[in-house]
Design a protein around this ligand. Structure first.
Ligand code: GRF
Length: 222
């Protein structure tokens, strides 16, 4: 471990897109309200705007180009190699759109988190806003969970919940839910880094207790 490495806080962020969640981590670390070392940003797409955000913040960023590699297994092997070099304590999936194989997930079990835009176990997979609206759901939201080999099925730590409004659209719902993600996700990763949250026996624990269900944070009233 290098001399300036803080134990348990070295974080790699995996991205594919805009990186608004990444930005919420950067902002808090820069403001001194989140004690993480943002050591690396890795994208599977060369054009991801998240890479620009990383560059502006001075975080080493690189692309493991899925389209160029063109094969799931070889992509995962290369990503695993790159992550191994970075040697993170924590891996944050922030809008990372690739499914990782069990071997890679298990290497970081208990140290890899994802944010998924639904109130899991509802709507694993894609297109969650449209599906929730089509079902006429009263609530929608986002879940921060440990990543396990089964897609979007790892134990949830916290959920941000919004009440679906009359006339709600995919865009309006997404913007409300993402506002909450930007608040909740860095906070939960902070719990992990501080040892308050951990994964044991297939469950998420917080402050010494196994969670029966994720902690729910409701959108503040307008
Ligand atoms: C987030 O809203 C998250 O729920 C989902 O992908 C989105 C990524 O957005 N996993 P961004 O790239 O962080 O802006």
């Amino acid at each position: 471990m290098s001399a300036d490495r803080q134990p348990g806080r070295r974080t790699a962020v995996l991205v594919s897109g805009s990186g608004s969640n990444l930005q919420s981590f950067i902002d808090r670390v820069q403001a001194g309200t989140l004690d993480l070392e943002l050591a690396a940003v890795i994208s599977d797409r060369p054009g991801a705007y998240a890479l620009t955000r990383a560059a502006v913040a001075g975080i080493p960023a690189q692309t493991v180009n899925y389209a160029e590699i063109g094969d799931r297994e070889r992509f995962a092997a290369e990503l695993g190699r790159v992550l191994g070099e970075i040697d993170p304590d924590i891996v944050v999936l922030a809008g990372f759109m690739r499914i990782l194989p069990p071997q890679l997930v298990n290497t970081y079990l208990g140290r890899m988190l994802n944010v998924h835009p639904s109130l899991l176990p509802l709507y694993p997979g894609l297109d969650t806003y449209r599906r929730a609206l089509a079902a006429g759901d009263r609530w929608h939201g986002s879940t921060v969970h440990f990543v396990t080999p089964e897609l979007d099925a790892g134990p949830g730590i916290a959920q941000y919940r919004v009440l679906v409004r009359p006339g709600e659209t995919v865009d309006s719902l997404r913007s409300r839910v993402q506002r909450g993600e930007h608040r909740l996700y860095p906070e939960v990763v902070g719990w992990l880094a501080a040892g308050r949250a951990f994964h044991r026996g297939g469950r998420a624990w917080l402050d010494g207790h196994p969670l029966e269900r994720p902690v729910v944070v409701d959108e503040p009233a307008p």
